[in-house]
Write a protein that binds this ligand. Sequence first.
Ligand SMILES: Cc1cc2nc3c(=O)[nH]c(=O)nc-3n(C[C@H](O)[C@H](O)[C@H](O)COP(=O)(O)OP(=O)(O)OC[C@H]3O[C@@H](n4cnc5c(N)ncnc54)[C@H](O)[C@@H]3O)c2cc1C
Length: 429
Amino acid sequence: MLPSRASVLVLGGGPAGFMAAITAAEAVGTAGGGVIVLESTSEPLHKVRISGGGRCNVTHACWDPRVLAEHYPRGGRALRGPFSRFASGDTVAWFEARGLQLVEEPDGRMFPCSNRSESVVDALRQAAIRAGVAVHTGQAGQAAEALEGGGFRLRLRSGATVLAERLVLATGSHPSGHRIATSLGHGLVEPVPSLFSLSLGDHPLADLAGVAMDPVQLELLLPPAAEGSPPPPRDAHLRQRGAVLITHRGLSGPALLRLTAFAARDLRMCRYRAELRVDWSGGRPPAELERWFAEARRDQARRLLGNWRPWPDLSRRLWRHLLERHGLGAELRWADLPRRGEQALITALRNSRYRIAGRGPFGEEFVTAGGVPLAEVNLATMESRRCPGLHLVGELLDVDGVTGGFNFQHCWSSGWLAGRALGAQRMCS
Ligand SMILES: Cc1cc2nc3c(=O)[nH]c(=O)nc-3n(C[C@H](O)[C@H](O)[C@H](O)COP(=O)(O)OP(=O)(O)OC[C@H]3O[C@@H](n4cnc5c(N)ncnc54)[C@H](O)[C@@H]3O)c2cc1C
């Protein structure tokens, strides 16, 4: 039964909402009753369940709050404060204290040791039950009103209303949460997609779908700004280095997704039309490539170009593709490689340019950039600076991270800070 009153009402049963509700309820111990979560769908924590390809990349093994904050294209520096109070190490300890062990992969991503996202869902649900949090599903919040003497009246889509002393908005990127936040006095940074792959149209590179190269250096070349509009920023974030995957539509992989996350707004502004400079050699100096070519010419003179790559980690399929693009037969011997052909290959390896034809499908994480500006929130408590008693957490805020567990980390951090502040207030009242 949906209560008509609650001391803390958390709207949205995602990871940020659960963390806020559990922390608030745990803080007041047996008096935990009165913390409720309202979730519009029948399945709370849905994104946790489908996350990380069904494995849930819970956080990232990045222990320094300053370094952690660098993984957020929106948020960045402002997150140093929240992360100095609750960061990846605290997440690991928090889940461990609730019976869930996380393990680190070589690239720093952290998953439950069962390798199943269901374990994370279970851990959160069990912790909520133990703390006395009541989760009500199929309850969509539609409008909220701040009451004169303090507290809130929340109207649900069903027509029911609930009075709450404190309201936590944890609705992710859903427009209904944005509407409620703006009706309570908040601004909204336009939500745009982040973390997507890039389409190269019908470029022949698509024939190499499945080829992965690491490291590759990428640089996004944005078109000049239209007259009268501000020039697009050209900062270091428009360059990324790391693993790249060729897909049947274009390019993806961690480095590419990092690039599109940092450039999410710029790419949107130019309607996903720009140029991408790809250094397949991973940023090796030209002299090093020239030396490799000279060695291959001398030591592998009788070998065919198609059978001997200048360095072993260069994908055979990519090498053959570049030979073909430059009219150099794979059957040519290394000794017979013309100087001009060699220069063309070195340039192609270091500086291939691709016209971006559009936004590809999303990476394995899909997040929204934009939301309620961080400046409107007290980042020690996640309480609104515009509407006392209202707390805002998770993806609803103008924060998003790159792939690797950073998006959940922000949910755990912001949810915990809000929950702790709410718990402390309830203890005092
Ligand atoms: C396929 C996929 C895979 C991902 N994998 C990862 C990963 O491995 N690691 C990682 O760090 N990040 C991952 N992410 C990103 C991560 O899931 C999100 O950043 C995170 O879920 C945001 O949490 P949240 O609690 O703010 O919002 P959400 O998870 O979106 O939860 C909000 C909840 O509020 C409910 N709601 C919305 N409006 C209302 C309303 N008006 N009334 C009541 N309820 C409402 C929604 O139904 C939802 O349950 C992934 C995302 C996707 C889509």
